[in-house]
Design a protein. Structure first.
Length: 514
């Protein structure tokens, strides 16, 4: 019981000894720690919102918000109400629950427009509904492309007429909203054009116009066949030159260091489409094709045998080879490679300052680098290829290049930062409380003991006792065994002080017995 009362009594004595400013400081620190912990816990427990649906129509957004209110699910709106966010841990359950109720109803209307049968609808309205459904289905299909965020399709399909010369061609217009940082490639634009053209009867890909949300024309349907072929050939030439240049530069940089080499390649490609038929004869190699033998007999008047004469005719076939050769398009006719290699950097100390100097490379080293480049790009003497590797000093900022790196998947720094902040706050609170307890223990240890008060003069003892009058008596804080040991120690100490001679003889006897 005495030990249980000891801590509260010591705390009470400690607070009694503090001044008013110290008490206010301690109270302020304690209140600040408590408020900080409460605020941090509240911040950590605040739900993290994630996107539930985006690019919603006004009707869909209104219905979804109404359902979220009924289910008591917190939400926030962004992008002018088109995007709805809910707590991250509830996003999948909420999405499945809303899907079970048919939400969101797609803002793009497709063939579900004909799910309900309306009696008394005119043919004109049916045609309009068919065009709406067809436009919606095309927009949904185009939205499957990764680079496309939004799409809208407009179709103009003229009615059929009796005379062919009076017919008008069908046309289509497509407007695309592209995702940021994802430009639409020319091949993708052509694919969308052919997709729309293949979905509409009588529509040609040339009559499909595609623009983006900024009004930039993406499709170029007026391009002639010759211009299209030239563009394709130019792209192929660029790919060949880029491939060879990157290949040679990568090899050089692995030898001379990154940023110390620059390679440019010019490739001359042959885009002629040639078909050749070769017929070759080899007179040295012949074969018998046919052989004919004739025998003629002449009768005689006497009894002698008739006379005979024979002749043979042999036909030979000369060896012949027939080849039909079709040469590939884009064969490399000639390659020109120009490479620049930086000098060797060397740190030199002059006048106490270190400077970097570039030393020209040796001719032997340049010869080896030239041979490497030739082997890397496939140098061919018959094609009259040229390879030039020159040693020049790059500019002062030659190595200070801005590289663009591919973005890696994002890390959840928010979650890790929140956890780290919570741990730091808890450690700070523990350190503050520990510091306060250590300070209180030091102050309690500095209080004078009862024995020291007894040894002081009466006035000083009274003053000291007046300072510690709030402390409990030592007997109340000590257990019974400790009090018994103290009484025995006091009796032994008193006996020793009163009888020092007997005490010394007694000690000698104990030592002799041992």
């Amino acid at each position: 019981m005495a030990s249980q009362r000891q801590v509260p009594d010591q705390l009470a004595a400690f607070f009694t000894r503090l001044s008013l400013s110290q008490k206010l400081t301690l109270a302020g620190v304690t209140a600040g720690v408590i408020v900080g912990i409460i605020a941090l816990v509240t911040f950590v427990n605040k739900p993290t919102f994630a996107t539930l649906f985006s690019n919603l129509g006004e009707q869909d957004a209104s219905k979804i918000v109404e359902k979220l209110k009924e289910k008591a699910i917190p939400y926030t709106l962004e992008d002018g109400g088109k995007t709805i966010l809910v707590p991250k841990q509830q996003i999948y359950d909420t999405r499945l629950a809303l899907a079970g109720e048919g939400l969101p109803q797609s803002s793009v209307i497709g063939y579900e427009l004909f799910d309900r049968t309306n009696l008394g609808v005119s043919d004109f309205v049916q045609k309009i509904n068919y065009h709406r459904a067809l436009e919606g289905e095309l927009a949904r299909t185009i939205l499957q492309i990764d680079e496309v965020e939004g799409a809208r399709v407009h179709l103009v399909v003229p009615e059929k007429v009796l005379f062919k010369e009076d017919e008008k061609a069908a046309t289509a217009s497509v407007i695309l909203k592209l995702k940021s940082g994802k430009p639409l490639r020319h091949e993708t634009v052509k694919g969308i054009s052919h997709l729309v053209a293949s979905s509409i009867e009588g529509l040609d890909a040339e009559n499909v116009t595609i623009v983006d949300s900024r009004g930039v024309l993406l499709s170029d349907n007026k391009e002639s066949g010759l211009a299209s072929t030239t563009s394709t050939q130019y792209e192929l030439q660029q790919k060949v030159e880029t491939y060879l240049a990157q290949k040679a530069q990568s090899m050089l940089e692995s030898v001379v260091g990154s940023g110390n080499a620059l390679v440019q390649v010019t490739a001359d490609l042959d885009f002629r489409q040639v078909e050749r038929t070769l017929e070759q004869y080899d007179p040295e190699n012949t074969a018998i094709r046919s052989e004919q033998t004739q025998e003629e007999k002449t009768p005689r008047s006497d009894s002698s045998a008739p006379g005979s004469r024979s002749s043979a005719t042999t036909n030979y076939e000369v060896n012949k080879t027939v080849e039909h050769i079709i040469e590939n398009l884009g064969n490399v006719k000639r390659i020109s490679v120009a490479a620049v290699v930086n000098g060797v950097s060397k740190t030199v100390e002059r006048d106490g300052q270190k400077t970097v100097e570039l030393t020209p490379r040796t001719q032997d080293e340049m010869t080896k680098l030239t041979d490497l480049v030739k082997k890397c790009v496939g140098f061919n003497v018959v094609r009259n290829d040229e390879v030039s590797v020159t040693n020049l000093s790059f500019g002062a900022n030659g190595n200070d290049q801005d590289f663009v790196y591919k973005q890696t998947p994002g890390v959840d720094w928010y979650g890790w930062g929140t956890k780290g902040l919570l741990v730091v706050a808890m450690l700070g609170a523990v350190m503050i409380v520990r510091s306060l307890l250590n300070r209180m223990r030091i102050r309690l240890a500095s209080l004078p003991s009862v024995e020291s008060l007894a040894a002081q003069p009466a006035g000083a003892a009274l003053r000291a006792r007046h300072d510690v009058q709030s402390l409990p008596p030592p007997e109340e804080e000590m257990s019974e065994q400790a009090q018994l040991r103290n009484r025995r120690r006091d009796r032994v100490t008193g006996y020793i002080k009163q009888n020092p001679n007997e005490t010394s003889r007694l000690l000698k006897v104990w030592l002799a017995e041992d």
